[in-house]
Design a protein around this ligand. Structure first.
Ligand SMILES: [Zn+2]
Length: 219
């Protein structure tokens, strides 16, 4: 277990784990945007599989303007991701829907992923009180393919597994069919499934976090 992560059973501070609603709200008129951006990055580090996976070092050094952009705009990004997630959850019966939240995150290249599903706070199948956290890096994937990367991470949430085995295959196939995404061929192995559905990578991943993509192209 990650040394930065509390081990179970802790006195769960559930309020601190539910963050998505808050970060879908716009900042107030007197908000210190740089401070808000820093707070958001702190929340991401707390909820990430590993805190070091959240980084702006590859985007801007120093990161000041990017942090301010996050403070000003992250709610719009999260609203868009939430809408995609809600569409995905609607493809499942209520009883099958995992309790999940989604947050946009600048993910360090060393993590080697475009997104992840952190179920590290999930105490077990009987205690459905704590959300899993999906994080995706919208800078790494072209906006038209955000539904694909969200579907991939949601499929982990539905399968309640970080692997790409039978349960994951069932979940991603269901999502792809329901959302008109490319269906995984029946004999695709787990390694290939770990990249399904195919998503186009942005030629300039840092442009998104530098605020160089007009919101109209993605919101
Ligand atoms: Zn995966």
């Amino acid at each position: 277990m990650d040394r930065d992560r509390p081990s179970f059973p802790p006195p769960l501070d559930q309020a601190s784990l539910y963050q998505a609603d808050h970060w879908q709200q716009p900042p107030g008129p007197n908000t210190d945007l740089a401070r808000r951006g820093s707070q958001y990055l702190g929340v991401l580090r707390d909820l990430a599989v590993q805190p070091s996976w959240i980084s702006l070092a590859h985007i801007a050094d120093p990161p000041g303007e990017t942090v301010t952009w996050i403070g000003q705009h992250i709610h719009q990004v999260n609203q868009r991701l939430q809408a995609i997630l809600t569409d995905g959850l609607d493809c499942f019966e209520v009883a099958e829907r995992p309790r999940v939240q989604i947050l946009a995150a600048p993910i360090a290249p060393q993590a080697g992923v475009d997104g992840f599903c952190n179920d590290g706070f999930w105490p077990g199948p009987d205690l459905c009180t704590v959300p899993m956290t999906l994080m995706v890096d919208p800078g790494r994937i072209v906006p038209a393919d955000w539904p694909g990367v969200v579907a991939h991470e949601l499929a982990h949430g539905v399968a309640r597994s970080t692997g790409h085995g039978v349960e994951f295959r069932r979940a991603i196939a269901h999502l792809c069919l329901a959302q008109d995404l490319p269906l995984p061929p029946p004999h695709l192995d787990a390694e290939a499934l770990s990249y399904w559905p195919p998503c186009r990578h942005s030629p300039k991943p840092e442009a998104f976090w530098l605020g160089q993509l007009p919101p109209l192209t993605w919101s």
